[in-house]
Design a binder for this molecule. Structure first.
Ligand code: XMP
Length: 508
């Protein structure tokens, strides 16, 4: 099977490159910039793409990739920073700070290039660079430039190395997909015969080979990712997988029961731990968002640790990490931590579990598709994402059982009305947020002084960016009326009309 290795030098667009490659039915693997040549060789790449990144190749300590990766024999495409690295390694010259370009710019082709076959002589591309290649390496030629004389593309005479100063992976670049297609099919010789069905078969075989007779433990949250990861690993090793469902008391209405019933149907062996008293006790009086996240993360690990000790002789920890989590947690150089995402990655030293993360390279929609193929019920596969810390990050201010119950009741109404209107499945994520703000209202003949509920609905491809959903006014009206009438403790409903960025999807 063809595999394209994408080496991530820290660009926010790396995942888009991976996506474009997958869209052409070619498997792709994203590896960090400091990956060894041996590791890349293990992936038997048909081609290598080196991504963009925030560094300057001329700076000391800048991100670099192992030079030997260029000698593996697979064609190499350097994008933006990747092109500058190629130029530096192969004897060209890169200059910093001269003629930076940000935004859409027309470029003009020069001479013949296999990358640009069938593409007009001039087209618009997205540029985003401070540095540029001033001189191409020996036995290379420039194949496109901008009107400011910046080299926009280069390639080696032997047809092994290609560089693009612009980003072919983004929608703003005209013919970007065609440029990538030429690289993947004409230059790397890929066939485009990969699909998610054979991904499952291959993955099941790999998991069996890795785990052997070992035992795996998995923390289930009821969310799509951990559930699909568990279903996949269960298919591979059956009873060697033991799952733990920690109920932190921060789930939605009836959620714990529904989720456990679904797991029963999948044949998973699940230990249900009701730790709600412990969590709510420790969260009492805590209002700072990061403190809430830290407490929940630590307690989760403690409970998980105690339960795994009861299982005994476990060697592996299964996690439902997916590709956007890898980026958002700031696990790579150059990307900032926005929120401490809570998972069981911070397990205590003494557990010494090996990590199994079979979904690490996949996007959410791919995980959902795999879930469907594995028979995971639609109630889990199609549910909106739910954060690990649960309602704690949606119950702003102090977390009490009473406020959580108010939030749960309101949230259930919002979901019910979205489903009734046939809108739920078309929305990426929707939920309610209880604000620690009281306002005056009038109900019947009396004055009320109660808290405010915010409705949040967003559309997104992968949660990295999101646009607020334009919900119909009539639906909003019904939700607001029902919430104020049916939920004691709320007398005002507002709508969040902020996208990400500048906001994040969750409020905390
Ligand atoms: P933000 O709020 O960062 O959220 O824009 C992006 C997506 O991630 C979800 N989210 C989490 N998921 N553990 C999770 O498993 C977490 O700690 C966490 N925090 C946010 C959020 O619901 C959205 O889908």
């Amino acid at each position: 099977m063809d595999n394209i290795v994408i080496i991530d030098c820290g660009s926010q667009f790396t995942q888009l490159i991976a996506r474009r490659v997958r869209e052409m039915k070619i498997h792709s693997t994203v590896l960090p910039w400091d990956v060894s040549v041996e590791r890349v060789r293990e992936h038997a790449p048909s081609g290598v793409v080196i991504s963009g990144g925030p560094d300057s190749v001329n700076d000391e300590g800048a991100i670099s990739v192992q030079r030997e990766i260029l000698t593996l024999g697979a064609p190499v495409l350097g994008v933006c920073y990747g092109m500058q690295l190629l130029a530096k390694y192969l004897g060209g010259q890169v200059v910093s700070g001269e003629k930076p370009e940000y935004g859409t710019t027309p470029i003009r082709r020069e001479g013949k290039s296999r990358l640009f076959k069938g593409i007009p002589d001039s087209f618009d591309v997205l540029m985003s660079h401070g540095d540029r290649v001033k001189q191409v390496p020996p036995n290379f030629r420039a194949t496109a430039d901008t009107k400011h004389g910046v080299i926009a593309a280069m390639e080696s005479d032997d047809g092994c190395f290609f560089g693009l100063q612009f980003h072919p992976e983004v929608g703003h670049t005209q013919h970007g997909s065609l440029v990538l297609r030429h690289f993947l099919f004409d230059i790397c010789g890929c066939k485009g015969d990969w699909d998610l069905g054979n991904w499952i078969e291959r993955s099941v075989e790999e998991i069996r080979a890795r785990i052997g007779a070992g035992r795996v433990v998995c923390g289930l949250s009821g969310g799509v990712d951990s559930s699909v990861a568990a279903a996949l690993v269960h298919r591979a090793i059956g009873k060697q997988l033991e799952c733990i469902f920690v109920d932190h008391g921060l789930m939605r209405l009836h959620e714990a029961r529904q989720v456990l019933d679904s797991y029963d149907g999948l044949g998973l062996s699940v230990r249900h731990v009701d730790a709600s008293g412990l969590f709510l006790g420790r969260l009492s009086g805590v209002t700072d968002p990061e403190s809430k996240r830290k407490i929940i993360g630590e307690l989760f690990i403690k409970v998980f640790d105690e339960e795994s000790a009861k299982i005994g002789a476990v060697e592996w920890l299964l996690q439902g990490t997916i590709y956007p989590d890898v980026i958002e947690s700031g696990s790579k150089k150059g990307s900032a931590v926005i929120k401490s995402h809570h998972n069981v990655g911070g397990l205590p030293e003494h557990m010494k579990l090996k990590l199994l993360e079979p979904l690490r390279d996949l996007f959410k929609d791919e995980v959902r598709e795999i879930g469907r193929l594995l028979g995971v019920p639609s109630g889990i596969v199609d549910r909106h994402p739910f954060p690990g810390p649960g309602l704690a990050v949606r119950c702003l201010g102090e977390i009490t059982k009473e406020r959580l119950d108010v939030l749960r009741a309101a949230d259930a109404i919002f979901k019910e009305e979205l489903v009734r209107a046939g809108l739920y499945d078309g929305i990426w994520q929707s939920f309610c947020v209880l604000l620690p703000v009281r306002s005056v209202g009038v109900m019947g003949d009396g004055r009320t002084y109660s808290e405010v509920l915010a409705l949040r609905a967003v559309n997104s491809a992968d949660a990295m960016t999101a646009d607020w959903t334009r919900l119909p006014a009539d639906l909003l009206d019904v939700v607001a009326k029902r919430v104020c009438n049916e939920v004691r403790g709320i007398n005002r409903v507002v709508l969040d009309v902020t996208s990400k960025p500048p906001a994040t999807i969750e409020w905390e």
